[in-house]
Design a protein around this ligand. Structure first.
Ligand SMILES: [Zn+2]
Length: 388
């Protein structure tokens, strides 16, 4: 029997645009719209709730089920709905149901800055450790940052043989103690080439400082939603995580019931509807029509009103069957195009669209595209396994 123990998957993400998820707060220092930060380290992050909303929305659209996308009361709440099963639903009448996935915050692992030798990616011991890159004994010393050396950095000789390097506006000196920092060895093939061999290691304190002084700050114009024109004097600034930042997030799947809606049931519904449409129309709603209706694809089959003229009724009926045909097409499309198996697949479906539409697409909050680089299962004590 299949085990339904909770599993944790770690995803590595790359920002394709500057990404902004606002705090929704008011002006803070020099920017009007600051981004969300981790308390303590002050490092920017993308909140798991935003990622959950985005992934759910895109997965729902791909299933042709926009009504199951948002936080709304329109969720179909059906046990046959992969979206509601995976992400939960909040229908008052039925009392609601928790989803089977938990999506954590996306945290920064590698942060891009300009230097005299071109772009480099900065990271820190804690950032590496938290993301699951645990040094073996031999490497361990590298991660011990001597208090006296906090202002220094490590980078591979192959990147630059100079003893000074600028990270944005900041000039740092090479830390020559235990200087065997080989990012290739730590990351091997987990990240694309130009990134993984250009990683500079700095202390945690310096990391936060470099990240915070190299965020994008952009100026934009507020658009009046009613007129579509720029509002007078409505220039505002916003912060964003720059393009080419590498982040990681954990997705926990605790599918203890293992009752993910099965594809066969959808195939059966689809097949029955096809037969209904091809043959003589039955007098009353069929089981499959009912199933489609409960899934939110179609409305109730119309019945003739007491003194409704024949023509009017016919018109409503035609509209209904058009809707059924559309729903059938949508289901066929889903069955043919989406690999289907478990909640984990839905996360991937959602992330695939995030690469094109980003956070902020289809009514989700924030903006900027995000690409999945790789993912793996996290085993005991945060050890990364099975990269894909
Ligand atoms: Zn649903």
């Amino acid at each position: 029997m299949m085990s339904h123990d909770p599993k944790t998957y770690r995803y590595f993400l790359l920002t394709v645009d500057p990404v902004h998820i606002g705090t929704g707060g008011t002006r803070l220092g020099r920017v009007d719209n600051p981004i969300v930060r981790e308390p303590g380290t002050r490092l920017p992050k993308i909140p798991g709730t935003s990622l959950h909303g985005m992934i759910r929305a895109y997965a729902a659209y791909r299933y042709g089920k926009p009504q199951c996308a948002g936080q709304s009361k329109t969720h179909c709440a059906q046990p046959t709905c992969p979206i509601c099963y995976t992400f939960g639903h909040a229908r008052d009448k039925e009392g609601g149901r928790m989803g089977v996935v938990t999506i954590g915050d996306a945290r920064i692992l590698l942060f891009p800055v300009y230097s005299m030798i071109g772009p480099v990616w900065v990271t820190s011991p804690t950032a590496l450790h938290d993301a699951g890159f645990r040094p073996n004994n031999d490497l361990a010393k590298l991660f011990e940052v001597d208090k006296n050396e906090e202002g220094k950095a490590k980078w591979p000789q192959s990147l630059s043989s100079h003893n000074y390097l600028n990270l944005g506006w900041l000039m740092v000196e090479r830390d020559t103690e235990n200087d065997r920092w080989d990012p290739e060895e730590v990351f091997n093939d987990k990240f694309p080439d130009p990134i993984r061999n250009r990683v500079v290691l700095v202390s945690d304190g310096l990391f936060s400082q470099i990240v915070n002084s190299n965020l994008e700050v952009r100026t934009s114009v507020a658009i009046n939603p009613e007129t579509g024109a720029a509002e007078e004097g409505a220039l505002f600034t916003y912060e964003a995580i720059p393009r080419a930042t590498v982040l990681w997030m954990d997705v926990v799947v605790s599918d203890y019931q293992g009752a993910f809606p099965n594809k066969e049931r959808w195939q059966e519904i689809c097949q029955n509807i096809e037969e209904t449409l091809a043959g003589e129309i039955p007098d009353s709603e069929t089981e499959s029509e009912k199933a489609l209706r409960q899934l939110g694809y179609i409305s109730k089959r119309p019945s003739r009103g007491d003194d409704e003229p024949e023509a009017k009724f016919k018109e409503r009926q035609d509209k209904y069957w058009e809707q059924v045909k559309e729903a059938h097409k949508a289901c066929r499309h889903v069955l043919q195009t989406l690999k289907w198996g478990n909640p984990f697949d839905l996360i991937l479906f959602g992330l695939e669209w995030a690469e094109h539409l980003g956070v902020g697409g289809m009514g989700t909050r924030g903006f900027g595209r995000i690409q999945r680089i790789s993912h793996c299962e996290v085993k005991n004590r945060g050890v990364l396994e099975e990269y894909q």
